[in-house]
Design a protein around this ligand. Structure first.
Ligand code: FAD
Length: 338
């Protein structure tokens, strides 16, 4: 582990000033000298210990007052401060009442101990858990190398990897909470180096490797997430989230699906279907959504929606099982709301 200095940020302005006095695009190389924000610290410490990053300064944003607030207003929706923990979201009465799929997604992320530490901003900005990316012995594309080890026909251990949008690096985004936030069409508020505020739909927050191999989200080094906004679901909305894992606890997603639908009886008036662990970023199943508009949700239409969502799947050598897994999981989530 390299030597670094520690800065205890007192305000968002203070954090941005410190971080931007040392930022560098080289943060994700072992030799890079830069600063990095730390909130819960789970992924930051893993990356430092794994030699993935060698920050010059760690800017602790965990204790900034105001970033730990969460509120709900029927007109403006749910506002979640960057430092609100997954446990606090899970236990919020407003989240339980109005955002079933979000509550379910958070409750199934990681373990109770990790959820106590994990902040929502850290969760969304964490890096992929692809074992080649995390391994110091594998200089993969995401770290400046010339190949994706997981894609290799002969040696790629790719059982957990992407089945959609997998023409470049096939890693997955690690956040399963993001799947639910995508289905609710949440947005991310962040401040840039000049302190200017930006609000982006969560769909535009994530960046796939085919767009830019160096990033997993649009943040530039030194940009600070302050808030996550989730619109109020309109009346008649139902939602559900399902996560498939190899082990019941302490495990990352193999496939997860969030569905948010405005229903009129069993008939679907508006729907969003989000898939996690299918592609390098959480993705919407737009064609499946279209197929369900004005339809009754039943076994047949749910099956057809799953097949539509998986029509463009291109499994790798070891993850063909994910196609039927997603078919079942999409159906399951849809039938729950029906
Ligand atoms: C064994 C294990 C299992 C897990 N399983 C799941 C799972 O199933 N689903 C899931 O969703 N997650 C899972 N996680 C992730 C975990 O829940 C944490 O959310 C995640 O590791 C990081 O959260 P953190 O608050 O500790 O962030 P940190 O480690 O502090 O930060 C992570 C990244 O976010 C950046 N960052 C932090 N705050 C800000 C901010 N305000 N603005 C801009 N950038 C910021 C940091 O610079 C860093 O790059 C798992 C983790 C482990 C170790």
């Amino acid at each position: 582990m390299n030597k670094f200095s520690w800065y205890e940020a007192k305000s968002v302005e203070d954090a941005i000033e410190q971080a931007n006095s040392t930022v560098s695009e080289e943060i994700y190389t072992p030799t890079g000298k830069a600063s990095i924000y730390k909130s819960g610290g789970i992924d930051v410490w893993d990356m430092v210990k794994e030699g993935l990053i060698a920050p010059q300064m760690i800017v602790n944003v965990r204790n900034i007052k105001g970033l730990d607030k969460m509120s709900f207003d029927p007109d403006s929706g749910l506002s979640i401060g960057a430092n609100v923990t997954l446990t606090e979201i899970e236990q919020s009465p407003e989240v339980s009442e109005h955002y079933t799929a979000l509550q379910q997604a958070v409750a199934h992320a990681a373990t109770p101990q990790l959820r106590n530490m994990s902040t929502l901003a850290g969760n969304l900005a964490q890096r992929t858990r692809c074992w080649y990316f995390r391994s110091a012995d594998h200089p993969c594309m995401r770290k400046g190398g010339d190949r994706c080890y997981a894609r290799s026909q002969q040696t790629g251990q790719n059982e957990n990897h992407a089945i959609l949008d997998n023409g470049s690096c096939v890693s997955l985004h690690a956040s399963s909470v993001a799947t639910a936030l995508l289905a609710y069409e949440a947005s991310i508020v962040y401040l840039d180096a000049k302190g200017e505020s930006h609000e982006v739909p969560i769909e535009d927050f994530f960046v796939s490797p085919s767009q830019d191999i160096w990033r997993e989200n649009i943040l530039s080094p030194g940009d600070l997430i302050t808030e996550i906004k989730v619109p109020t679901p309109s009346s008649g909305t139902r939602s559900h989230y399902v996560k498939q894992v190899a082990r019941e606890s302490y495990d990352w997603s193999l496939a997860d699906v969030a569905v948010v639908a405005k229903m009129n009886g069993n008939k679907c008036e508006k729907i969003t279907i989000a898939l996690g662990a299918a592609a390098p970023t959480p993705v919407r199943a737009y064609r499946a959504e279209e197929a369900l508009i004005n339809q009754v949700i039943n076994k047949e239409s749910a099956k057809l929606a799953g097949e539509t969502a998986m029509a463009s799947a291109r499994p790798l050598t070891m993850n063909g099982y994910k196609v039927p897994l997603f078919l079942t999981t999409i159906s399951q989530a849809l039938l729950e709301i029906a």
